[in-house]
Design a protein around this ligand. Sequence first.
Ligand code: AHR
Length: 669
Amino acid sequence: MKKIITMMAAMTIASGMTAQTHTFDVNTTKVGSPISKTMYGIFFEDINYAADGGLYAELVKNRSFEFPNHFTGWDISGKVTLKDDGPFNKNPHYVRLEPSGHRDKHTMIENHGFFGMGVKGGEEYRFSVWARVPDGGTAKLWVDLVDNATMSDDQKLGNAGVEVSGKEWKKYTAIIKPKSTFAKAHLRVWGDSKVTTDVEHVSLFPVNTYKGHENGMRKDLAESLEQLHPGVFRFPGGCIVEGTDLATRYQWKNSVGLVENRPLNENRWHYTFTHRYFPDYFQSYGLGFFEYFQLSEEIGAEPLPVVSVGLSCEFQNGSNRSDAHVPVDQLQPYIDDVLDLIEFANGDPAKNQWAKLRADMGHPAPFNLKYVGIGNEQWGAIYPENLKPFVEQVRQKYPNIKIVGTSGPDSEGKEFEYLWPEMRKIGADLVDEHYYRNEAWFLGTPDAKQRWGNCGANRYDSYKRGKGQPKVFAGEYACHGAGKKWNHFNAALMEAAFMTGLERNADIVEMATYAPLFAHVEGWQWRPDAIWYDNLRKFNSCAYYVQQLYSVNKGTNVLPLTMNGKPVAGNPDQDGLFASAVLDKNANEVIVKVINTSDKPQDVTLNLKGMKGSHEAQLITFHSDNLTAENTLDEPEKIVPKTSSLSVTAPSQNVIIPAHTFYIYKIKK
Ligand code: AHR
């Protein structure tokens, strides 16, 4: 029998620290449940400056002067006045720049961006503005990208100018090419001090967005999403779907059409946590439902929009406040919103106004929407009552659309126990579960089971399955390390261990999305998160890599795997080991995932029943010696998966799994 000796394994053999040998039996001939193409996905919510200031590449904050304080994010000098009879009815404000009366007293407005604007030397930035000369004639507008933070002789990183003419509002554009890279630039717009000029919707985008869309996404961040190969894309939240009150719920119809005319919405994450308060955090809706469907298509993920069920956030309002929730007999406009959304995504432009809008926005072909989530973390009898008419009407008009209901904000407990049977009764196709829990929960330790009940990698082993049973959508989850509620390697390792249970239960777990997805290092409200960034740089966290390792190695079908003849998770001899196996029919590979969460190397005999001889293989290793270490902006690749080639002898092979390590064997069949 040939022994695989990786560098780490060699070290652990030499130190002679391994304890008893465990035997993993993988039956490679017993091809089990297919793994859903929607495993594993992404959950996007505009929290932590994920949209404005993050993925949405717009660099100007409060570009339409619609923030409650209309000059938030702007410095003004000279004669600048706010007006409210602008060209866009949902965004009526604009500013008038008048000559100061003195040649050298410049009338200027200067935008700070989101924690500054990240610009790269030599790259192109598209400035645009809607403008007019109210008294007729022409006016010059100067546009400077400036660095007024460092001690340079000339603050200008780059500049451009546009000539505005006539009394009619028109859009003007110019390209600015900064000469150097700066993370904290400002955008300065100023007149020639001779002619009054009105300006509205002042915008600056990198030309080089993801796929080059003008109203596009920040390329590096969208590429992180693409490289996850997500199966499903849940959007736009989260609590944001519900709103602190009904007026501030996410209303998708406000997020489509001309970007200049999408009204501003409050972002509840600006005030939710008083210790992380961001009063300038609003939703421009620039990354709206068209951009979302388009991005889903471009990264190859099934869109899963979530819509309001007429209940504003129950955390903030409770379930009994009549003014915070819509009574069942007044729900029709909310239900219409869902029906219209399905038309916007899938309808025929010749027959439906929302489908026509999609076509007018540049996508005549349908987006082929298959799922819709109704409600986020709702609970109490009020939720199934409200959900019922939504389900009836969606089913009647669109019988092929799968409906995702929720089981409340917790992974267990009274509301959870109440809602699952309710979701069965109502006929939800999937039930969304959320768990932000500590290491013990993800490991499913006896203490955790005593405290929380069903947790850990065998959570789904006991779920009801079969006809009439909804599937599971693990819609928000992350290991929040006890006392260490930030990203670190160990939390990601716990998630990897837990996810063996998602993989093994492919017959009932249809989707899973880690949460939250994005965080700006200067603007976060919630952590851990999958992808972090500042204005110029990003890093993918260890949690991100665990998601990616599962996603790109998800295989097509589950293979049975036992440890010492018993299931791995919950086995009294588990010894901190977790494992699952899949077959990839397309690549003709057996993929075995093993996670050693213990602090000792473990001797494992891998039995590949149904295979013999020597097989080409790859070993992917994800490991950090320091459990609380994480990637950073300065060291974005400190902890990344490493791949090596080897050969594996079947049917039996001894391997050593180093302490605190996630191993993936990909063995050619
Ligand atoms: O992911 C952050 C928040 O956590 C989501 O908005 C909400 O659904 C959950 O409570």
